[in-house]
Design a protein around this ligand. Structure first.
Ligand SMILES: [Zn+2]
Length: 166
């Protein structure tokens, strides 16, 4: 078993608190990534999507997981279970310092997530307090205008990585 912590950062302009719309433990926020088989190293061709509200029972009857997937190459089966309570919104100071913020932890058995893709369903707040929702980062960036602060707001240069916590 390996715990993989998804870490993200981005360049934020006049924005702070970038996070899923329902907070870091948003039950319906979709995570897209590819799966790497821990047995043979094969990486899946297609993106897999997991979210907290979607679970499947474990074959041994001991609780639930968020994903059971069989490797197309070696047929080994693996599971990915999401672990709540580890995420933090990406704050402006953190992004300016080039630091990554943790978003979600995944308890991985036989499979490891790689290559996270940013999708839709994000929110953030301008430095003048205007809330921006329904932010779609699938195109790689986002820009709007804050009427209150009379400044442009922007998210760009998205980066993600998985930290392995054995
Ligand atoms: Zn495999």
């Amino acid at each position: 078993m390996v715990n993989m912590l998804l870490m993200i950062t981005a360049e934020l302009e006049n924005l702070t608190g970038l996070q899923p719309e329902g907070g870091c433990d948003d039950p319906n926020f979709p995570y897209y990534f590819k799966m790497k088989c821990s047995n043979c190293g094969e990486v899946s061709q297609k993106n897999t999507c997991v979210m907290l509200s979607e679970t499947v029972p474990l074959p041994n009857g001991r609780g639930h997981t968020n994903l059971i997937q069989r490797c197309k190459f070696c047929s080994r089966e693996g599971t990915v279970t999401m672990v709540q309570g580890r995420g933090r919104p990406l704050m402006l100071e953190v992004s300016q310092a080039g630091i990554y913020a943790p978003l979600m932890m995944f308890d991985c058995r036989g499979l490891e997530p790689v290559d996270f893709s940013f999708g839709h369903g994000w929110k953030a707040e301008s430095t003048s307090g205007t809330k921006f929702g329904d932010i779609d980062l699938s195109g790689g960036d986002y820009s709007e205008y804050c009427e209150k602060g009379e400044v442009p707001v922007m998210v760009s240069n998205l980066k993600a990585k998985f930290n392995c916590l054995k």
